[in-house]
Write a new protein. Sequence first.
Length: 93
Amino acid sequence: MSEIKDLIFDDLNFNKGTFEGGVLMQQSLKRFKAGRSILIDKDNHIIAGNKTAEVADELGLKLRIVEVKGDELVAVKRTDIDLDSREGRELAL
């Protein structure tokens, strides 16, 4: 599996989303690309990040799955961003 569309979205997702939230998510992912991960279970059901995955798929972002058992914290390292740059500070928001 290497595409977001192959993940299984949660029909019972608590986050129903708002129009404003969708616009902000779209703008952020368009401008800065991905800055955080989503969480999926062993069967590729999305536990957290349904809205992020939806917008990322619309924008054609790639999917990389990192397999862990929960005893590791996964840190996403952006090699193209510096915290003290304008983009870094905006992404921190």
